[in-house]
Design a binder for this molecule. Structure first.
Ligand code: TA6
Length: 278
């Protein structure tokens, strides 16, 4: 495990063990590469991203915190400020079958405009043949705080026209501000812009790609976001090629809408997502 500096000055941790290769940037505590030894990489990054300071990376697992989507406050950044902040690398633990890398988010004075509460937030990566990411919020204050969050994972799916996502039976979702719509069927195919905020969703979904099945599971979450920008939005997105929608999908472990996190004083909550080739 070594820490290095990227060409543009972004610092990252590089992991290379018998189980996996991975790279995690201190900006956003954002993992952008994860490959189990002997298998295909499990995360996708756009070739259009040039790894600039302050913009986050278009791929891997961006951390959306302390709100998902647009903030109710005008001018606040979409998906919160954690993904463009420099996190502190706390520890790297070499275990028998895995490496654990822990980051904490220092809340700067300027951040308190967005988040004036006495809490701490940690991100723990457990890297083996499976990628596990855990986002923990601890309320140190003396009043209740609520937040929404998501681990905005980008997956390489080869060909969106041949992708089927399963594990969605008996759920409901809001899309483009409409709904909620009940979904009885288990699978989702893709033939247009898809931006579904699911709630009441089971803990395990699978992405059936041409290179195998990517299994994504969640703990302490009943909500997730399924997103493919399709043709028109791809042309409007920053750091994204027009044809990138063909080879990626986002399936994001979340705590959003009625599944938001509410912490009583001294209470903590951990959102975990596990990502692996089935
Ligand atoms: O998670 C889906 C979504 O909310 C989309 O609506 C799209 O905005 C995407 O996130 C990417 O957002 P970003 O701020 O990373 O460009």
């Amino acid at each position: 495990v070594t820490t290095k500096k990227h060409a543009n000055g972004l610092e990252y941790v590089e992991i290379n063990t018998a189980q996996c290769k991975a790279r995690i940037f201190l900006q956003g505590a954002q993992i952008d590469y994860f490959e189990p030894v002997g298998k295909e990489p499990l995360l996708w990054v756009s070739s259009a991203d040039d790894y600039q300071v302050g913009s986050g990376i278009r791929g891997g697992v961006p951390v959306c915190w302390p709100w998902f989507g647009m903030s109710p406050n005008p001018g606040f950044p979409q998906h919160g400020f954690a993904r463009t902040s420099i996190w502190t690398l706390d520890s790297v633990k070499m275990l028998d079958e895995a490496v654990e890398v822990k980051f904490t988010l220092p809340i700067s004075d300027s951040d308190t405009q967005y988040w004036p509460h006495d809490t701490s937030v940690e991100l723990l990566f457990r890297l083996s043949e499976t990628l596990s990411v855990s986002l923990t919020n601890i309320n140190h204050g003396d009043y209740e705080v609520s937040l929404t969050q998501a681990l905005h994972s980008y997956f390489p799916i080869e060909d969106i026209h041949q992708l089927t996502a399963t594990g969605f039976s008996d759920s409901k979702y809001i899309e483009f501000g409409k709904g909620p719509f009940n979904q009885a069927q288990d699978d989702v195919d893709f033939n247009r812009e898809t931006d579904r905020v699911y709630t009441n969703l089971g803990p395990v979904q699978q992405l059936h790609t041409r290179k195998g099945i990517i299994e994504v599971s969640r703990e302490n979450s009943h909500s997730a976001v399924l997103w493919n920008p399709w043709i028109d939005k791809s042309q409007r997105l920053s750091r994204f090629n027009d044809d990138d929608y063909l080879s990626m999908v986002c399936l994001e472990a979340a705590n959003v809408l009625e599944d938001k996190v509410t912490l009583a004083p001294k209470e903590s909550h951990t959102l975990t997502t596990h990502i692996r080739w089935k």
